[in-house]
Design a protein around this ligand. Sequence first.
Ligand code: DGJ
Length: 571
Amino acid sequence: MKIKTPLCCLLLAAAFLPVVRGQNNSSAAIPHLEKRGAATQLIVDGQPWLILGGETANTASSSLDYMQPVWPKLARLNLNTVLVGVAWDWVEPVEGKFDFTLVDGLLAQARENQLRVVFIWFASWKNGLSSFAPAWVKADAARFPRARLKSGRPVEVLTPLSDANRDADAHAYAAFMRHLREVDGAQHTVLMIQMENEVGLLGDSRDRSDAANAAFAQPVPPALLDYLQKSKSTLLPEIAKVWNAAGAKSAGTWTEVFGTGSAADEIFQAWHYARYMDRVTELGKAEYPIPVFTNTWIVQPEDKGPGDYPSGGPEPLTLEIWRAGAPHIDLNCPDVYLPNFTEWVALFHRNDNPLFVPESRGDAGGVANAFYAIGQHASLGYSPFGIDNTGRLVVQHPEPGQSGPSNLEDMPLAKGYAMLKQLTPLILEHQAKGTIAAVSLDAKHQTEDVTLGNYTLNIDLRRNRRNPSQVPALGYAMIFALGPDEYLVAGCDVQVIFSPRAAGPEIAGLASVEAGNFANGRWVPGRKLSGDDVLLNYDQAAAAAAGQSGSGLRFGPEGPTLQRVKLYHYH
Ligand code: DGJ
C-alpha cells in the first residue's frame, strides 16, 4: 500500500531537518555539524560558527532576574554563546504539566544581547547524581528505581537500567525539544544541547541494583560485540587492551569478555548510560534534530578506580562504548580543569570524535587552553565554567590573593576572546584546510616544535635576552600558514624561530614582519617590526652554528597580539 505523506509534514521536515551533509547552503537549515575538509564544524545559518563560550553556574538560569544583568556582562567579555542549564524539575514540576516560561525568558534575554545559547539538559543525572529530577520522580523510587552500591544501600541516583526512568526523562526532553522547534526553529538562538551532565556512578564501579545484577550476569549485547569486531582495526587502545587481554571474544558475559577487574564494571555502566541517553536523544531529535553532546568528569590524578570518578561516563576507556551505544549523540566532550589540558583534549579528539570543551578555566591559562583546543584540535569552541560569577574563575588567576582588572574588557578572557573573534573567519577557513596549529607552554613544557607548511616553527616561552632561563609562567600561540613562505601568528609571551623543512643548509630569514589586526576579515597592518622587536639572540656565532638567523617573532605579555611574517632563505 502506498502511504501518502501529508503536505504539512513535508513542509515541516523541509524547514527543520538539517539537509544531507555537504549539500547544505541554506541559511534556513537548523544548526548542525558538517565535515568540512580537515575539520567537523558547527554550521549556523549556513556558516561555520566558532563557540566563544562560557557556562553559567548550575542554577543561575533558574532565575530570569538573576540572569538579566549577566547577559550584557558576558557580551562585554566577548562571548558569543552561553551554556545554561535547563532542569527537568524546572519545566515539568508536575508530571505531564510542562511550563517553558523560563526557557522562553532565557531565549528572549539571550536575543536581546545578541548571544546564542547551548542548553544543558539537567535531567536524570548531573555530576552522577539525580538532583535535578523533579520531586515526583525522586519521591517514587518504586516507579523510578535507584542505583544501589556494594553495601546494598540505594543512592539518590536513578538507575540507567530502568525503562521507566528513561522514558520519563525522554518524554520531558522530547517536549522541551518540540518547544524549542516551535520557538527557535527559525531563529536558531539555540545551537546545541548538552545531554545530562557528567554522568556515571559515584561510590561504586557499577550499579548493584537487582536489575543491574541480572543484566551483568547476562551475555554482552551482540550490538556491542559486533561494533568491537567491526572496528577492530581502529579501536582506541584503551578498550582494545581490555578486550584483547580477555581474548577478544565475540560472545560471553561481561566478565568473560572484559575480564574480572573493575574495567568490566565501568564498560557495563557505560553501555547502559549510553543506551539510555541515546534513546532520550533520539526522541528529542525526532522533534528538533540539533547537535547533542555529552560532557565528562575526567579521571582525576588521585582517583583509584571507577566510582571515585563517575563510573560509566565517556572516558578514554569507554569512548568506543559510547559510540557504539549512543549513535544519536554527535560528540563526547571533556571538562578539563587539570593542568595537563593538552593531553586530555588530545585523548578526546580521536577516531572522528570532534572536540568541544564545555567546561574549563576562564583565567589567562584558560585563554591558552582556548587557543590550543581551537588551533590544534579544531575544537568547535571553548567554554569556561562559572562565567556569570566573573569574580571567581575569570578574575581569580593568575596570582592567588590579588584581584584582577576591574574592567571586564581588560580581563584575560575578554582580551583572548577579542582576538579569537577577529580571527574567527580565518580560524574556520584554516581548520578546514588543516593549515592551523597551536601550542600552550608553561614551566614544565617550555618549548615545542610545530611542523606546518614549509617550515618547522620552534615556539618557546619568551626568554629574557640577558638571562635566557628567565621565562614567564605561561605562553601560547596560534599559527596560520598563509602561503609557502608566509605565516600569521597570534601569540602571548612566546618567541618563534622558523627553520625551512627542505633538506639542505638553508636558514630562514625574516623578509618582513608586521604587527596588525583583522577587521572584517581583512588584514590591517600596524607597525613594521624589526630591530629589538625581532632580536632573539645577539650571539651570532651560536645562532649560525644552530642554522638560525638569531631573529624571530617575539610576543609580549599584554594578551594575544598578531604578527604577520614573510620569510626568505639563505645559506
Ligand atoms: C563540573 C560540573 O559539570 C559543573 O556542573 C559544576 O558542578 C562544576 N564541576 C563545579 O566546578
